[in-house]
Design a protein around this ligand. Structure first.
Ligand code: ZN
Length: 284
């Protein structure tokens, strides 16, 4: 199944993308795609059954309907840093021996095609195409072998980053990762059965039509079971939590000279099986 959310920011509703590409409202199911929904695997089975019976009679989304983040605001967004060796190299850092983890404020969450807002005083707003993992069952001290039992699905994410805030202003990376609109997630969350092999998905990103990132999840230094298991040794991952697993080479910081976003720039990105998204840069 492909779960999406739609509507204006103050009245977002659950929806589904069907196998034929139709996007429908799923309010009739009676739950939003949030912690309560993901906490009980029976809800996903219930949704599957609801769709079999109701998909054809549910309202189809009108052309131009805003897509919201495909999951409701989670308890946390955890990101993995430098998880592709080519990206570690372009930033001048060694590939990490253990996963580097940092947080992104959940208030940064927006829809996949919303504008990216360049923060006030920002001169170094940058892009990062990433595979996001959505947690299903609560995960605490989970082994690598059991980790995928705790994954509800996967989604496309652009881990926007203000490099001066992140690197030049002291303290933790969270400062450069948390600005409003810095976490467009979607268009949809795909359940694992929708993907042939999550460890072999092409991922790409273009700015103004020019390819900047061209990677594959097969090059992750720490793969998804490793990341989920590792994180769960340090914190409890709650249902609906989002883990962004890292970006391949081709971020703006890695170019010589570096390239950053300005008002009017258009960023497009996609991952095999997880759809595409598009953000236009505007000033705060
Ligand atoms: Zn990232």
């Amino acid at each position: 199944m492909k779960l999406l959310r739609h509507g204006q920011p103050d009245s977002e509703k659950p929806g589904l993308q069907l196998a034929d590409g139709r996007q429908i409202d799923a309010s009739g199911f009676g739950m939003d795609w949030n912690e309560n929904f993901f906490a009980d695997p029976a809800n996903m089975d219930g949704l599957r059954k609801w769709a079999e019976t109701n998909a054809d009679s549910a309202p189809v989304l009108e052309q131009g309907t805003r897509l919201a983040s495909c999951v409701a605001r989670p308890s946390k967004i955890v990101c993995i840093g430098l998880n592709f060796s080519d990206h570690a190299e372009e930033t001048g850092q060694a590939a990490p021996e253990e996963p580097i983890i940092f947080f992104k404020a959940t208030s940064a969450l927006v829809g996949p095609n919303d504008n990216v807002i360049i923060p006030k005083t920002s001169e170094k707003t940058d892009w990062e195409v990433e595979l996001a993992v959505v947690i299903g069952k609560k995960a605490s001290y989970v082994s690598e072998a059991d980790a995928l039992d705790h994954v509800a699905g996967y989604a496309l994410h652009n881990d926007y980053s203000e490099r001066a805030f992140q690197i030049e202003r002291g303290g933790q990376w969270v400062k450069g990762k948390s600005c409003d609109s810095f976490a467009p997630i979607g268009p949809f969350m795909a359940t694992p059965d929708e993907l042939d092999d999550v460890n072999n998905l092409k991922m790409w990103l273009k700015v103004n039509g020019e390819t900047k990132q061209n990677g594959n999840t097969c090059n992750l230094i720490f793969n998804i079971p490793q990341v989920v298991g590792y994180l769960s040794q340090f914190m409890t991952l709650l249902p609906g939590d989002v883990i962004s697993t890292g970006t391949p080479a081709g971020v703006g910081l890695g170019f010589d000279p570096p390239q950053f976003l300005s008002k009017g720039d258009v960023v497009e990105l996609g991952i095999d099986g997880l759809g595409e998204s598009r953000q236009e840069a505007v000033n705060a």
